[in-house]
Design a protein around this ligand. Structure first.
Ligand SMILES: Cc1ncc(COP(=O)(O)O)c(C=O)c1O
Length: 385
């Protein structure tokens, strides 16, 4: 708990600061809670359901989710990837977090290793731990891309899965097709060497939030034992509604047994099924996304100002986070310094990467603009430019 609670701690510090100085005087860039409201189509579908309810629409259902919703998700994924998926490859889940737990529960035996790349979404370690796995954390390069030579050395007979997260929380990095291809090749090589099967778990709740005209390359093209875990928490701005899904590569070995395991674990972990109402709604919203242009404008605004002030930042290509280098070696001390100027961020050590800090810019423009004074004061204090 002590190691994993930096985001929460910053959130709680923020509550105190807001009480003391007034919420409008505190610039909270600590949480990945989208400020945008869901797209208008969401309210339209919800209203339609309320006005024309479907018979039994609040009852229990198949644990995998409604067939119509799974079919709609499969159709959209097929369209995006060019790989033919059917509803039998899809399980609806309680967010990406639920999907991750379901996958790990299904595939892990006690002591199996799961490889992560730092910086990582902090909950991965807890989820792996939930299901008896062992997290093995590997470094990324200066652009936050996985180092494949380190991966080659790290994979052993105990390796059951590799988790990738692109677009990335906390860095905003988006992996290239070339990188994912090489990653797939490496997994094949290692599977052949050890006679094992290694899953590539692609955690992609930010898949649709990519900038600069980039196209998201799907790992489905590069490894047959890929499992996609995702949600509509970010692309439809519905994190509180807990609606997501997982998708298994149609050519995955023992696919049927794996999918049956996933459905079983969705039930036995106590999720039972993904929320019914949301499944009815998102079925019709598979082609809808929040305004990516708006996020890109926020990215540009913040990135340009921070670089202008002398901060060292890798330009994010997706998601809505930035991960600048901390001007102080001690990232917690720097985050505390920003707090003095009422700017809330999260120390990099909370993501397995001390020496950095995370900014979440899915906030309104006033908060972003207001935070600049604090970033400027801190930059002056530490002679950044
Ligand atoms: C990388 C990553 N994975 C998973 C999740 C969990 O998403 P959900 O809220 O859909 O469970 C998050 C949430 O912030 C995330 O950033």
């Amino acid at each position: 708990m002590a190691e994993g609670s930096w985001i929460r701690r910053m959130f709680e510090d923020g509550v105190v600061l807001k009480q003391r100085y007034g919420a409008e005087n505190v610039f909270d860039l600590s949480l990945g809670n989208p400020v945008m409201e869901p797209p208008a189509e969401f309210a339209r579908e919800l209203k339609r359901l309320v006005e024309h309810p479907l018979p039994g629409m609040h009852r229990y259902m198949e644990n995998a989710g409604y067939t119509e919703t799974r079919a709609a998700v499969a159709a959209q994924l097929s369209l995006e990837t060019g790989i033919k998926l059917t509803m039998n490859d899809i399980v609806m889940t309680c967010g990406a977090a639920g999907a991750l737990n379901v996958v790990l529960k299904t595939i892990l035996n006690q002591g199996d290793e799961v490889i992560l790349f730092a910086p990582y979404f902090v909950e991965y370690r807890n989820y792996i731990d939930n299901h008896g796995g062992v997290a093995r954390v590997l470094p990324t390069d200066e652009q936050f891309m996985p180092k494949l030579d380190a991966l080659e050395t790290a994979i052993g007979t105990e390796t059951k899965a590799v988790i990738i997260n692109s677009p990335n929380n906390p860095t905003g990095a988006v992996y290239s097709k070339g990188l994912i291809h090489k990653l797939g090749e490496l997994l094949h090589k290692k599977e052949a060497q050890y006679g094992t099967e290694i899953f590539l778990i692609s955690d992609e709740p930010y898949r649709k939030i990519v900038y600069d005209g980039l196209k998201y390359p799907s790992p489905l093209h590069h490894h047959p034992r890929s499992v996609i875990v995702t949600s509509h928490s970010k692309d439809l701005a519905l994190p509180g509604e807990r609606i997501g899904y997982l998708a298994v590569h149609p050519e995955c070995s023992q696919r049927e047994e794996l999918v049956n395991g996933l459905i079983f674990c969705n039930r036995t972990l106590g999720y039972v099924n993904a929320p019914a109402l949301m499944q009815h709604v998102v079925r019709h919203l598979q082609q809808v996304t929040v305004s990516v242009t708006e996020y890109q404008q926020k990215r540009d605004f913040l990135y340009d100002h921070l670089v202008g002030l002398g901060y060292s930042v890798v330009k994010p290509r997706g998601a809505f986070y930035m991960f600048p280098r901390s001007p102080l070696e001690d990232d917690v001390a720097f985050v505390r310094e920003l707090q003095r100027w009422k700017v809330l961020t999260v120390p990099g050590r909370g993501f397995g990467a001390p020496g950095y800090f995370r900014i979440s810019y899915c906030v309104d423009d006033g908060t972003l603009e207001g935070s600049l004074a604090g970033f400027r004061k801190a930059a002056q204090k530490f002679n950044l430019s």
